[in-house]
Structure formats: C-alpha cells, structure tokens
Design a protein. Structure first.
Length: 766
C-alpha cells in the first residue's frame, strides 16, 4: 500500500514581524511586543498616525506579570492572560517564576477593544487560598510622535502637558495635551501651522481610589481567595476640539453586529469562495492527527531502540527529553492505531529498567516500574535520584494495560510471553507493598528524602485536596489508581487466559471483581452522584470533585448503573470548561486555572475519558469532549495540543484558553490522545489473536468523513473509509484488505473489551 503522507514535513511557519502584535480598526492601530504592552521602539497606540501612547507597562508589586497566552480575537479586539506569584503566598523561586506563578497564581486577564480610541478591562483574580495585598501599577507616557518619527529622528518639537484630576462623574482621569506650532513659507506667504492633540485616560475602579505620581498610576488592592478586582479604562483621543468616541461598552470580545458593522455587511453580500469544508472541523482533525504522527516520530529516543520497528519516545520538549515510565506507557497504548512500534519498544525497555532490588532513596523495590530516568549532570552526579527513580503508583498498572493493548493489536505470542513475568511482578508489588490491608485499596508514600510526595496520577505535591482546600496527607488512595489496578488485573487475566494460564487468569479476574465491588461501596458519593477523589489514610472520603472520577470511567471499573448520574455531575459547568474537563472543579476553594493539577485541562486525560465514554455507550459525551479538544487544537500553533492548558470557562470573556506557563509542547501523551479521540469516534476495537476488528463509528456533524489507510491488526492491513450519510448515520466500507481479518460492525462494551478469549470466540463466532 502507498503511504498516505510524506515521511517528513517541514516545521517552517513564517510570520511577518515575529515579535509584533497588531490590533486595529479604522485609523487606530495598537502595536505591542511579546509582552502585550508598550515598551519602546516602534510600539505604541496610534490614532491617525499619531502615537498617543508611547509607553505603557504594568506591575504587580515589583514584578511585571508573566504573559501566558496573548492573542487577537478579531482584528479589532485582543485578550491576554498573565500570571504572577501572589505576593506573600509561599516562596517564589527566582529561577523558576513561571512555575511559581502557575501554582500560586494571581491572574491578570486583560481585554481590549480598539475603535477610534481604545477600551480595556482589567480583571485580577486571586487563585490562592490566602488573602493577598499588593500594589497594582500602570506606567503611562505619550510622545505624540508621527509614525515616521518612531523610525528616525524626531522633527516636530512641541509642548506637552500632563494633568491628573477627578472628573464630574467621579472617574479619575490622566490627560496628556500636546501642541506644536510652526511657521512655513508657501506660495510666497507665511503660514502659521498648529497641531493640537490629546489623549485622556478615564479610570473606573469602583471603590479602589487610584493615585498618580510622575506618570505612574497605582492601586492598593486586597483580594480574598477566588475574588476578582476589575477596572475599566477608556482611552480617548482628541484632535483639536474633536474627541473621538471609544468602542461600545456592551460589545462582546468576539462579537460583530452585522447590521451596524460595515465589514460585516460587506462580507454578508460578497461572493463566497470555498476551497475546504469550512463549516466543519475536518481540516483541523486532519492537521492535528498529522502533527501528532510527526511529533511522535520526532520524540523517538534512538538510544533505547529495541529494533527498527520497536522503539520508545521522550515524554516531551523541552524539559522532558528523557525516559518516563507513565508517559511512554500511556503514549504507547494510545497510539496503537498507528502501529505497534511504540508498544513493541516501550514494554521491553520498561521491563529492562524494572526494579530488582530495594533502595529507599530511589523509592525502588522489586517489581516497581520506572518513573523517570534522566541523563543530565545533576542526575548522573546523584544530586537527586533521577538517574533511576521509581516513585510512581501508576506505572505498574500502566505496564499491564499496555501489554494488554500489545496483545489486542498484534496477537504476537512471541512478543507478549517474555513480558508476562514483569507484569506479574508489577502486580505483586502493588498487592504486597502498595495495598492498604485495612481498607483494601492502593496507596503509597515516598521513602526518600528527595522523593515525590504524591506518587499518584496527579503527582504534584498539592494535587489532591480536601473539600475545604487543604492538601491531603499522604499516602492517599486516589480513585483513578484503583481503576487502573482493576484494568491491569482484568487485562493481564485476559492475556493469561489466551496463553493457556487459566488458573492464574481466574485468580486475577476474581481479585479485580472484588476490587470493583469494594471500590464502588467505598468511593461512591450518592448525594452528589460522583466518586470521591480519594480515600485518606484513615479511610475517610476526600469529597472533592475532579477529573479523577472520569479516569475511572476510562478504566472500566465503574458499574453501568452509575454512569448517567456520574456523567451529569462531571460534565456540569464547574467541571467542563467548553475546552475540556478540568482537573478540579472551578467551585472548589483550591481551584486555580493555572495550577498543574488544581484546575488545568490535560489532553492526555481526555484520551481515557473518550474511550470510557465510548465503551459505556455515552456517544454524545464522547463527541462533546472530542469537539472541545479539536477546537482547542485549532487555536494552538501547529494544531499541537500542549501538555496542559488553563481551565478558564469558554465564554465571551475567555474566547481562547491560556497555556500553563512551563507546559511542554510537543508532549508525547498529548499527541497520543489525539489518536485515541479518533479511534473512539470510529469505534475501533481489535482482537488480533481472533483476526477480528470491531467497528462502530459515530462521526459527528463536524467530522463528516475520514479515511484510514494501511492500519495493522495482527498480520493484516486494512484501509477503511467512514462517512455520515444524508440521515446523519455513520457508515464505513473496507476499501483494501491484505491478510486475514474479519471487519465486523459491532459496538464493543467494556464487557467485550475485558472478556476472556473463549467467551469472545463464542460471542463473535461466524
């Protein structure tokens, strides 16, 4: 079969004036640098080619806020997210202010509308759990330079005045007035020419009284946790006796009134020229999937190659160019639709690095799966145990589920059998060293002075929080880790059964079923229709609502009867932002849209979420999540989903998400999630050992057609075309098939996914 895509595609993406951003309307242009403010050079707010603002900077305390994500929304509107470490909250590492700002975020959201003047709205929100007090300052100056003078020597030299006053309406004003006169000789006559202009800033800050001194306006602000302070600024340009109006106060950030907007009226009547399906996300899906393929190939770590067709990947760029257990195992199973290479390479490497001795400093114990292995000087010189560190509760379960995926996609006994003992060793470690015998659930704490405090899926120190916002004491038995252990035992039982190890398979199956029953009884919160985020060390429910519960849906541990209420709860507006599922409810006192695991949105989690939704028959929810993620991808450079991004609600005030400041991009498991979205929408479930592929597509209106070329299931290759018919039903046809494979239109529930081979043979007998 012919390769559909070229092997390599350039990353070249040309941009005009790389460091400049422009917002414009009519005779007004705002040009800024990478900060979104005006720092010098040719930057400025120009009205009728006159620079009304030549300096405009913002300070929170003594720091300039860190720009997270800045973008035009339309040509005449712009928005930026900024963060700064909240003054007085924790300690900010001066060498890593971006991470400090994210974890203890004081957020500035700045919205701008440009017309004949400019309107701005500042919103400062305290996303910490402590009241913060700080001074907010704006530095402002105006030079009234002609646009040509910003590129050369100043020629006109007039008189400039600055006035600070309180207007009749109670708003404070800073006014700049400028006048210059010049006598010229024209046609034998002397003429006295005069230029008179001004810029007035009107400030509305409610009860906070601003102060002014030497071009610096300050505001003393106190914000309780989750509180927001707002300020509205109007920039009014004047030429002679004419003061130009500002953009309307009630205009939405991305709104256009076509009845009054001449551009809108023209576009409504102008000839439409279509080259693509402009009303669908098909081109975005195509671009995102292709980008994911190339990124995964680019992240390959050749020094760990097992064979030319068996290799593994780095976790992400630029910080995680190293071997990570959880990342690579997750990536390997989510990209299996592309081919088995990453599974074939990652599992043997993880088995090779599997712990075989006890070393408390490395959190190493026989059977544990590697968490991370770094090749840098600090690791090799053992300042920290990161040259070989095992502090993960998640890795052992993921090794087992990845092995199950390798079996489903290849049916290759020779590849799978050598990995059975490492899988059983990983399960033994879980049962013997990480299982709380009193309650019967999985939790682990570090034994190392330099180890990870929290070794669950959300492994930041403050990732698991009580209902009142306090960080949970460790070890903590999070709900998703129980689901992962359940999926690991069910999956390995399935593989053992297929390979003839019936007794061991039945033992693991019974253990998994008992865990499922214990889990439902201990974690389900009937009053809210959701699973508790975790159980504390004393067995109490940690009743916070987060994405953890949906990861349980992705493991198969959730009984079918719980699904309707659970879906209703976790897709409520406090959890589903419009771009994806937040790691923590926005109603929670510890919510912070920038915090690593307390409000951000992680594409990788959505891979498990959409797979679980599909197998539970929650098709609309699956499509809802996929659409949100692909729409998010359309906003990111190269259609590349980053490691994570902010949990802001998608609304008229937040027309695009902000990035997590230290986010890696490309990130292997984010790229792999894109492939799992597509696999779930197409309803693909392989059983290579049975030479069987189940297909149950559910293409939404925004993805009307899609083709897979050369997909491998066992020894077979198949090409499939999918489309929505005129009635909205999803159809597919086999276009090419090489080898022996039955392609069957059938929905795979969790029962089918986890069934023993004998049951599957009986269920799908021809």
């Amino acid at each position: 079969m012919k390769e559909r895509f070229p092997v390599e595609r350039s990353l070249i993406r040309l941009r005009v004036r790389e460091h400049a951003a422009y917002v414009s309307a009519a005779d007004t242009v705002l040009t800024t640098g990478t900060t979104g403010f005006i720092d010098g050079g040719e930057e400025g707010l120009y009205v009728r080619q006159t620079r009304m603002l030549s300096r405009y900077r913002c300070f929170i305390g003594r720091r300039r806020p860190h720009p997270v994500t800045l973008s035009s929304v339309r040509q005449d509107s712009w928005m930026g997210y900024y963060v700064v470490p909240a003054p007085g909250v924790g300690e900010a590492d001066p060498d890593d202010l971006a991470s400090a700002a994210a974890q203890q975020a004081l957020e500035l959201r700045l919205s701008r509308w440009v017309g004949d003047g400019m309107r701005e709205e500042y919103a400062l929100t305290n996303y910490t759990r402590e009241t913060v007090r700080f001074r907010f300052a704006l530095e402002i100056d105006s030079d009234f330079a002609d646009i040509e003078e910003t590129r050369g020597e100043r020629q006109q030299k007039g008189t400039r005045k600055r006035r600070w006053r309180r207007g009749e309406d109670g708003r404070f004003e800073l006014a700049f007035d400028y006048s210059v006169a010049r006598t010229v000789q024209r046609d034998g006559k002397r003429q006295r020419l005069r230029f008179d202009a001004g810029m007035t800033l009107q400030i509305d800050t409610g009860e906070v009284v601003p102060k002014h001194r030497d071009g610096r306006i300050t505001f003393d602000i106190e914000l309780a946790p989750q509180d927001t302070w707002c300020a509205k600024l109007l920039w009014l340009a004047r030429f002679g006796d004419e003061t130009l109006p500002c953009p309307e106060a009630d205009r939405e950030l991305d709104g256009v009134d076509e009845q009054q907007n001449p551009q809108g009226a023209y576009l409504r009547e102008a000839t439409v020229i279509d080259a693509l399906e402009r009303d669908t996300l098909a081109s975005v899906v195509d671009s995102a999937v292709h980008r994911a393929r190339l990124d995964l190939a680019a992240l390959r770590l050749p020094r760990f190659d097992v064979a030319p067709d068996a290799w593994t990947v780095a976790a992400g760029l630029p910080m995680y160019v190293a071997l990570f257990g959880r990342d690579t195992l997750t990536t390997a199973q989510q990209v299996a639709m592309l081919g088995p290479e990453v599974l074939r390479g990652t599992l043997p490497v993880m088995a090779q690095w599997q712990a075989r001795k006890d070393d408390a400093w490395r959190d190493e114990a026989p059977g544990r799966i590697l968490h991370e292995a770094h090749p840098g000087p600090l690791s090799l010189l053992q300042f920290k145990p990161k040259d070989r560190y095992y502090g993960t509760l998640t890795g052992p379960g993921l090794f087992c589920t990845a092995l199950t995926h390798l079996w489903h996609w290849t049916g290759d006994r020779d590849a799978v059998e050598p990995l059975i003992e490492p899988a059983l060793a990983a399960l033994r470690w879980l049962d013997e060293s990480a299982c709380d015998k009193q309650h019967g659930f999985y939790a682990v704490a570090t034994r190392s002075k330099d180890g990870l405090k929290n070794q669950t899926w959300k492994d930041s120190d403050d990732g698991i929080v009580e209902e009142d916002g306090r960080t949970v004491e460790h070890p903590v038995a999070t709900c998703e880790e129980q689901g992962l252990a359940y999926a690991a035992k069910r999956g390995i039982a399935q593989v053992l059964d297929a390979l003839g190890h019936k007794r061991e398979a039945q033992r693991l199956l019974q253990e998994a079923q008992a865990l499922q029953q214990r889990f439902d009884e201990a974690y389900w919160m009937d009053d809210v229709g959701c699973y508790a985020m975790a159980l504390g060390g004393d067995g109490h429910q940690v009743r916070s609502i987060g994405s953890n519960a949906l990861r349980c849906v992705g493991s198969g541990i959730v009984p079918d009867e719980r699904i309707p209420r659970l879906m209703e709860r976790v897709f409520a507006p406090d959890m589903f932002s419009g771009w994806g599922i937040r790691t923590l409810s926005s109603d929670h006192p510890a919510y912070n849209p920038y915090a690593y695991h307390r409000g951000t949105i992680w594409p990788v989690e959505h891979g498990a979420i959409v797979r679980g939704c599909f197998h539970h028959g929650q098709i609309e929810r699956m499509q809802q999540v996929c659409r949100a993620q692909f729409e998010a991808a359309s906003a990111f450079d190269q259609y590349r989903l980053p490691e994570c991004f902010s949990g802001h609600m998608r609304d008229k005030h937040h027309p695009f998400p902000a990035t997590y400041p230290p986010a890696n991009s490309p990130q292997a498991w984010s790229a792999s999630a894109v492939l799992m979205y597509v696999q779930s929408l197409l309803g693909l479930q392989p059983y290579a050992a049975l030479r069987l592929l189940l297909v149950d597509p559910h293409l939404p209106p925004w993805l009307p057609a899609l083709t897979l070329t050369g997909m491998r299931v066992g020894e077979a290759r198949v090409s499939l075309h999918f489309w929505r018919d005129s009635g909205g039903e999803s159809r597919f046809e086999v276009r090419e098939l090489e080898g022996e494979l039955t392609v069957r239109a059938e929905h795979a529930t969790w029962r089918e996914v986890m069934a023993m081979e004998g049951e599957l043979r009986e269920r799908f007998a021809p």
